[in-house]
Design a protein around this ligand. Structure first.
Ligand code: SAM
Length: 372
């Protein structure tokens, strides 16, 4: 993960101690909505003595916990008493301690602590990145991943005039696109090795839909343009240096549907030859729950209260990018700058909430490891 002295793990980790899942209702909704698809895929699996499931890029596990509780519950209701092994994967820098506490009902919403709710469920963690094979060959029945595989394994370059590849100049965009294509191939080949014949991999990834929409850019005010504008203003006011301005580059790439599907379209690609088949693909827009709550409050919520609910959800996954860009400064100085950055965004939302939101755009793929 080290490239040009940059540890990409620092740049992309979620804020720990449960902050991530407490403030990401949208991510939880996306996962809960996929529950029926997961149940149907498990129904379709070939017979096996045990059921091994992996949740790749699970962060603190809080956003998918309700869905897994529902899925395991539905297996038990159907009379399926098999032992279930749940493997949570994320980067070594992830807060696995919070994850294990949540699954045992020691933190978060203990209603969904399925390790307590059901017998014969075994929870494990794996701190190796998902671009590699993580489990023994042909041992995984169902892989799942939500909102994680837009992270590329290495930052190919700093984007000189923006914070995100989706809005970058052509040269930067191409560099990220190449990295993302290689990473996608590696992700798929690793899953092909791990899955049993007939096993499934369901992933809900951030991406760009056919209308060109992506996270925070769905017709209203553009979130990444705001991030950039406010970060650049700090540079213009000499609050940060040029290097710090440029180092705020998200280690992410939003693939298009075509980019996601390309390895499956060619029967001679390495991915097809490894036995992976795309069963279905679709895109989905999930409306920002914080915006919906603001609109539903019908005047009972002030625009400042709305800003104070919306900005933390953006901050939960983006602040490490800005903090890392300031590396080398005293930590209190870093915190002050980053606090002022999000405060400026909150003030803009409070002044004029119209159009501010963080709608999600996902590309949903259901992939099977063929039996033959
Ligand atoms: C936005 S969070 C999504 C968490 C959760 N799956 C959800 O949908 O709410 C993205 C997660 O992917 C993880 N991640 C990023 N790159 C990864 C990699 N190469 N291997 C494993 N996890 C990774 C991050 O550390 C983070 O926890």
């Amino acid at each position: 993960m080290e490239k040009d002295g940059i540890n990409t793990q620092d740049v992309l980790s979620m804020r720990g101690a449960g902050y991530y899942s407490e403030r990401t209702a949208g991510a939880r909704n996306v996962i809960n909505d996929a529950g029926a698809m997961v149940v149907a895929a498990i129904d379709d699996l070939p017979n096996s003595d045990t059921l091994r499931i992996a949740d790749y890029g699970a962060a603190d596990g809080g956003t998918s916990q309700q869905m897994w509780n529902m899925v395991i519950g539905s297996r038990r209701d159907a009379g399926d008493k098999r032992q279930v092994e749940m493997v949570y994967t994320d980067l070594a820098s992830n807060d696995f301690s919070t994850l294990f506490r949540m699954m045992q009902g020691m933190q978060g919403d203990h209603k969904h602590a399925y390790q307590n709710n059901f017998e014969n469920v075994f929870v494990h963690g794996c701190g190796t990145g998902f671009h590699k094979q993580l489990m023994t060959s042909a041992s995984l029945h169902l892989g799942f991943s939500a909102t994680a595989m837009h992270y590329v394994s290495a930052k190919p370059m700093e984007i000189p005039n923006h914070v995100h590849a989706a809005c970058a100049d052509a040269v930067s965009k191409l560099a990220f696109a190449k990295q993302a294509a290689l990473d996608w191939q590696n992700i798929l080949l690793a899953r092909a090795a791990e899955l049993v014949p007939g096993g499934r991999f369901i992933c809900l990834n951030f991406g760009i839909d056919d209308e060109g929409r992506y996270l925070g850019n769905t017709g209203g005010k553009h979130m990444f343009e705001h991030f950039h504008k406010i970060w650049k203003a700090l540079y213009s006011k000499n609050n940060i240096t040029k290097d710090e301005y440029e180092r705020a580059t998200f280690v992410q790439y939003y693939r298009t549907m075509e980019e996601f599907c390309a390895p499956f379209a060619d029967p001679n690609s390495e991915v097809s030859r490894a036995g992976l088949v795309l069963k279905s693909s679709s895109s989905k827009l999930t409306k920002c729950p914080y915006k919906a709550a603001f609109l539903n409050a019908g005047g009972k919520m002030s625009s400042m209260e709305y800003a104070q609910s919306l900005i933390p959800t953006m901050r939960s996954w983006s602040e490490t990018v800005f903090k890392t860009a300031l590396k080398g400064r005293d930590s209190s100085e870093i915190n002050n700058i980053v606090d002022s950055f999000y405060q400026s965004y909150a003030e803009e939302v409070a002044d004029c909430p119209e159009g501010h939101a963080m709608d999600y755009v996902h590309i949903i793929l259901d992939i099977e490891k063929s039996i033959a």
